[in-house]
Design a binder for this molecule. Sequence first.
Ligand code: NAG
Length: 774
Amino acid sequence: MAAATLALLLVTLAALHGAAPVLAVAGDPPFSCGPSSAEASEGLAFCDVTLAPAQRAADLVSRLTAAEKIAQLGDQAPGVPRLGVPGYKWWNEALHGLATSGKGLHFDAAVRAATSFPQVLLTAAAFDDDLWLRIGQAIGREARALFNVGQAEGLTIWSPNVNIFRDPRWGRGQETPGEDPAVASRYAVAFVRGIQGNSSSSLLQTSACCKHATAYDLEDWNGVARYSFVARVTEQDLEDTFNPPFRSCVVEAKASCVMCAYTAINGVPACANSDLLTGTVRGDWGLDGYVASDCDAVAIMRDAQRYAPTPEDAVAVSLKAGLDIDCGSYVQQHAAAAIQQGKLTEQDIDKALTNLYAVRMRLGHFDGDPRKNMYGVLGAADICTPEHRNLALEAAQDGIVLLKNDGGILPLDRSTVTSAAVIGPNANDGMALIANYFGPPCESTTPLKGLQSYVNDVRFLAGCNSAACDVAATDQAVALAGSEDYVFLFMGLSQKQESEGKDRTSLLLPGMQQSLITAVADASKRPVILVLLSGGPVDITFAQSNPKIGAILWAGYPGQAGGLAIAKVLFGDHNPSGRLPVTWYPEEFTKVPMTDMRMRADPTSGYPGRSYRFYQGNTVYKFGYGLSYSTFSRRLVHGTSVPALSSTLLTGLRETMTPQDGDRSYHVDAIGTEGCEQLKFPAMVEVQNHGPMDGKHSVLMFLRWPNTKQGRPASQLIGFRSQHLKAGETAKLRFDISPCKHFSRVRADGRKVIDIGSHFLMVDNHEMEIRFEP
Ligand SMILES: *[C@@H]1O[C@H](CO)[C@@H](O)[C@H](O)[C@H]1NC(C)=O
């Protein structure tokens, strides 16, 4: 105790004196079954590394008393000292870097900070799954390193958030990879593979958790709160919009956890939904891992949703549906009574605990000292490394989207920018870099700092009291703008407008931002440069058409190196290549009830639909929009070898008539796994950088159907590839096309079919027709 107190005191003193945090007060990580432990010497099966994790878990569970078992069912699980099992914290967060929003990660000793990557929506804008993989790997290494030095009481991480960004007002849309199910699926796969580590080893670097299954995308709108919202979701939308990222997460990436949402889907809370948790996630998708509840989701089944009449009913229905652990203490409190009342059995609890302990086994927590395993060498020196810091910078640079660049005002030549006015509430606010679910970043380069590294004479004025901008210093801002060579405005949103628990009611810039921007633009010598820091989209129609606003950038919430990334883009040390991962809707969209979950438009009632796949109204910017300093061209090239899709394979299949619409189609299930393999073919896209700058470019390939009847999307992204090209360089990019995956559509009844007849591969305006013939 005394040693710990002294260490804490030293750390505090170091902090007070601003000294570098070099104190080596690393602790020991918690573990079981060390060579000198009684459990190992007695040869207890749960310590036997040669047995399968589930077998070891079952052995451990069989040794627990009923009371000990019940105590393990909350995110803060006490130790079982008589078996050498330390306490465990299941709840840890690492959305875009290690975060302190959970319970188990601490930055208070040898390690004081971790790498803060951009908020996910900006990272998604890079359309680059290699980048997403490397970010996952870096976060996984930092988590394991933090554990090894004794500053993590758990390695189960409740990230990523792969819900579809369905409505632009959603406060947590910023945490997601955007509105498209294919992008969200590939993000999920890359991030989970990265963070969970070497997939050929049975040892998990960390355990990832895909959340929140499913159809969760509303915080609090017009008096409807996420805790009691009953989402009406069609089978079609579930199958082709809300569920695909979760399926990919479990099936392809082998995520070891899925979190169920608060959402009551068609009346049944997700965490009480046996069809979803046991039928789909564990059954159809084959989850090898555990199911966690969103925090207090079990309690709200009784308190807010009135789904379960008593606490014991809520506990019983969840555990029986397939939940394994409650985030909260509700199950710990009420499980004993549920058993007494005959609503729950000890076998139900054993099932949950076996799933839970099997993951802890796979994390190596029962193999003796974890510093001896394949991740054991990771330590304090593996956190905030130069590589990770550079990756945070790279991710921000690659995500930034150039929305407007009139007359090529950007990039700027630093030798001509002798003085600059930097105006805006987001110019010098470290919190705007790290958004939500953050920990202490290794460094914090705000946009103001970033610009100061390029321009000597910089004058800064926040201009607004905060991003809310209910008070603006317009006169001062106008005076400053008129006196400097160049004017940079850093505007947008903050967590006060969009966050967990808070949706927006307007898509316009908050408060007096718009009038401030316009006044500053009027007063400045040259067209101004507007940089938006925000998660969700904003309606900036006024700025699109204002000739005094020369350039607009969307920079998301760009992470610890965000300010430098922005400056590099502005001054041409990086050629922007980000593309919007969400549709930017106009303010008129806010007439649509946020509670209307339907993706498909309903012209009879004037409902416009959602996302580029279905939305029929006006946009401010379209999904996939983004400019470059170079001109790129893309085309589908001949030589794309389309196999005989009228092959004997399909001829042999009985085509299925769809009674409601008369369309002729094949069921994907009927084609079968092997048939689907045989149908695959490559499509080639030639992409050229016509200059003048080197740069990355992301090619997006879509599929278009001949019509949009029966809920067919207008188009659907089926692939994307990001490629760096020197000025003048050409490359051929290969897209592997799987008709079962990419040409299929989901019918109203939730079944996947491939239509007989024409389909069109699309890259820009280039199309290639592919026909399926019986
Ligand atoms: C991954 O794990 C396998 C099996 O344990 C091991 O042979 C291999 O060397 C590991 N790869 C890396 C890159 O650590």
